[in-house]
Structure formats: C-alpha cells, structure tokens
Design a protein around this ligand. Structure first.
Ligand code: GSH
Length: 260
C-alpha cells in the first residue's frame, strides 16, 4: 500500500454504503487508511434519491461534472478509489479488497476462520446484497409504480417490498437459527453483520416487526445495536430506522401525474 489513503465515496443515506462503513468502523480501519468522502444527495422529479459527486472534490473537478455516472458507470455508491486511480464498486468486493490490502491493521479479521462458517457469513452477505436489497429498493418500487403500472402504495411499505423482505428474512432466519451465536455467525461480529444491519434498518422502515416474525434475527439485532462501533455508524446515518428514503412531496406529484 502507498502512503496515500484509499478513498471511499459513500453516503449515510445509502444502505449499501453502510455495509462498508460498518466494516471499517468495526474492523478498526483508521481514516488515514481509508478516507470517507460523502457524495452529494439530490432527489429527482419522482422523489428518488440521486447520489452526486461531491462539489469541490478533486475527482469531481477532474470529471468536470457532478454526475456520478461519469465516475462510476453503474451510477451507484459505494465506490472505493485507490491512489493509482483504480476504482472498485460493489460492497462485497470492496470489503474483501480492503481486508486483503491492509495487512497492517490490527484486530480480528471479520470472517470466521472455519471454512464452513466463513461460507455461512458470505451466504448471508449474498442473500442481503443479491436477493433482498435490489427488490426492496425504493427507486425500483417508485419506478415500477410510475412507469410499469404496479399497484400504488406508500413506497416504504409497498407489498412488493414487504414480500421480498419477508421471503429473504425467512431464509436468513433459518440459516441463522443454525449458525448464529451472539451475532449472525457465532459470537464475533463478522462481515455478515455489517450487511445485515442496514437491511434490518430498511425492514424497520417497512414496518416489519422483527421480534414477532424473525426471533433469531431480532436477538442478533438487539446485540448489534449496543456495540459502540455499530451505534456510532447508525447515529451518523440518523438512527436505527432509515430516516430519509425518498422525497414524499415530489413522489405525490409524480404519482398523481402518472395516474392521469
Ligand atoms: N450491489 C451494490 C448496490 C449498490 C446500490 O444499490 N447503491 C445505491 C445506494 S444504497 C445507489 O447508489 N443507488 C443509486 C442508483 O441506483 O442510481 C453494492 O452492493 O454495492
């Protein structure tokens, strides 16, 4: 590694970003190793959150625009920028790369040593990142209502969103009833917990009653939210329930127009 830090482009309103910031905080990676760079945040005419390049950042100046797609063609965060200009996207590969590239960081690696349990942790991470978050994502729900004729409802508690959260939480509850200890896999915090926390936070905004429906996940959640590092990341992002997922006023106007 060079003397210059990696730079993580993230936003506190982004649940995929929170997977990485939780990993960094819990793993004890100093800001001198991975600098946190908050993106800008706007909303479009539908009320959907749009992450932008941070005004005044050297990378924004280089790109000549605040349009995030100029920096990452996926248009998504988190993004890890290396001092040599390479960029990595996708929360899973980002945490793996940081873990593999920071041999000097003290403390315990955030995956179990046992290969099977390591795979269990990765299984939970993939269920969150691949099978849950994309289908319950508010932009997807708003677009499906406005453009593809899906039934109209409050985007945060839309039936499609609830269906996918319940379906995948049901699967994770079964997996965790075997592998969970104090945390998702055993008694130490792992990367699986870093992926679970923001997804549970989204589920709370959707009105899911965790303790009634998913008791193992609920127990792990209760243990997680008293861990100081987890608490501090949640505080930075506005609390244990996601505070701002879309612009309700713009959404109302947009969905009224879509109905006509
Ligand atoms: N699979 C990606 C998901 C990233 C993602 O969906 N990020 C959201 C914020 S939580 C985003 O940037 N959305 C903006 C957009 O889709 O235009 C990952 O794990 O990093």
């Amino acid at each position: 590694m060079t003397d210059q830090p990696f730079r993580l482009f993230y936003h506190p309103a982004s649940s995929a970003s929170m997977r990485v910031t939780l990993y960094l905080r819990c793993r004890g990676v100093p800001l001198s190793n991975v600098e946190l760079v908050s993106t800008g945040l706007e909303t479009d005419h539908r009320g959907i959150l749009v992450f932008t390049m941070p005004v005044g950042d050297p990378e924004t100046k280089k790109a000549g625009t605040t349009d995030l797609t100029a920096f990452n063609p996926e248009g998504r965060i988190p993004i890890l920028l290396l001092p040599d200009g390479r960029k990595m996207t996708q929360s899973g590969p980002i945490v793996d790369y940081i873990e593999d590239s920071l041999p000097g960081v003290a403390g315990k690696a955030m995956l179990p040593d046992d290969p099977w349990l390591r795979a269990e942790a990765r299984r939970l991470m993939w269920i969150v990142a691949a099978d849950t978050q994309p289908y319950q994502n508010i932009p997807f729900i708003i677009q499906a209502m406005g453009e593809w004729g899906m039934v109209k409802a409050d985007p945060t508690q839309h039936p499609l969103r609830l269906h996918f959260i319940r379906r995948e939480f049901g699967a994770m509850e079964k997996v965790m009833s075997v592998c969970a200890g104090k945390f998702a896999v055993g008694d130490d915090i792992t990367m699986a917990d870093c992926f679970l926390v923001p997804q549970i936070r989204n589920a709370l905004l959707a009105g899911i009653e965790l303790s009634a429906e998913f008791p193992t996940m609920s127990r792990v959640w209760e243990n997680l939210i008293v861990v100081p590092e987890v608490c501090s990341v949640l505080d930075d992002a506005g609390g244990i329930v996601q505070p701002f997922a879309f612009d309700a006023e713009k959404f109302e106007i947009y969905s009224d127009m879509a109905e006509r």
